[in-house]
Design a protein around this ligand. Sequence first.
Ligand SMILES: [Zn+2]
Length: 339
Amino acid sequence: MKLLLQEIHDKAKNEVKDVFELKNLKDLRVKYLGKKGEITQILKNLNTVGSDERPEIGKIANIVRSDLESLIAQKEKELEDKILTERLESERIDVTIKNKRVKPANLHPLTIVTRELEDIFLGMGFEIASGPEIETVYNNFDALNTPLNHPSRDLEDTFYINNNIVLRTQTSSVQIRTMRDKKPPIKVISPGRVYRSDDVDATHSPVFHQLEGLVVDKDISMSDLKWTLETFIKKLYGQDIKIRFRPHYFPFTEPSAEIDISCFVCGGKGCRVCKGEGFIEILGAGLVHPNVLKNCGIDPEIYSGFAFGMGLDRIVMRRFNIDDLRLLYDNDIRFLSQF
Ligand SMILES: [Zn+2]
C-alpha cells in the first residue's frame, strides 16, 4: 500500500508538472483528489488495511493528498499568471506610438475675403448687419422701389416659396430692415448669402455672396460715396489702382453708378482677365432713392444716403486666381486646403 501511494504520488507530481492548460489541471485534481479520485479512494478504503499499518498509511495518504493539493494550487497560479501576462502583452497600448495627425482646418477662401473686407469697413466706422435668407417679397423688391414689371422679379430669376416669400436675391433686404429698425445716422455693411435661379456653370451659381453697404445721415452726397469707395478699393487693391465711375440704373438708387477698377493683372493695358478692357467692374452704387427712404419711415427731405453692393465670389476668384466658381461650393478638400 505504501508503494502504491508512492507510485501515485510520483505519477501525479509528473503529470502536474507537464500540464499547460488550466482545464487539464482541473482534470488532474478530479483524477487524484476528486470524490472518486485515486487518493480519496485509498483514504476511503483504509478499513481494508490491517490495523497495525492503518495509522501509517493514513498519515502518508494525507501527506500525499496535501502535497498534491498545494502542487496543483501552485500550478494553477502559475498558469493564471501566464494567461494574464499574455493578455496584457496582446492588449497593450503603446502610448508612445504616433497618433494619426488630424490636420487643423483652415478658413474657406470666401470666409478669408469676407473677413478682410469686414475689417476694412469696421476700420472706417461701419457696423455689420445681418438678416434672414428667407425674405418677404416686400423687403426684397417692393421696399427697394423695384417696379412690378422688373425682370428680377421673374420666376425664372428668383426662387419663390410662395407669392409673398422668396429666397433673398440680394442682401439689400438687410438695408430695409436696418432703416426700419434704426434711426439715422446709419452706417452698416451686410455681407451674406443670396439666391438666384441660375444654372450652375463656371461663372454662375444659384447660391452666391454679396457685401452691401448703406450710409444714411443728413447731407450725404455723391462725394461721400466716392470717398468711401475709393478708400475701400485702395485698401483692398493698393494705392495705385485707378477707379472709374460709370452711370448706371438701379431701381433703389438715384443717381446710380457702376464702379470699375483698373485691371490689377495688366495695369490697364488689356489682358485675358479684364477681357482686353483694362478695367474690371467691381461694384454697383448710388444715392438711396427717396422712395426707399420713405418706405422705411425716413424723411428724404431731412436725410439722404448712399448704398453700394458687390459680389464677394468674384472678388475671391480674382484674389486667388480661381477660374471656376463651382470650386468654391464643391467642398473638395484638396482644393480648399490650398488656402
Ligand atoms: Zn487686364
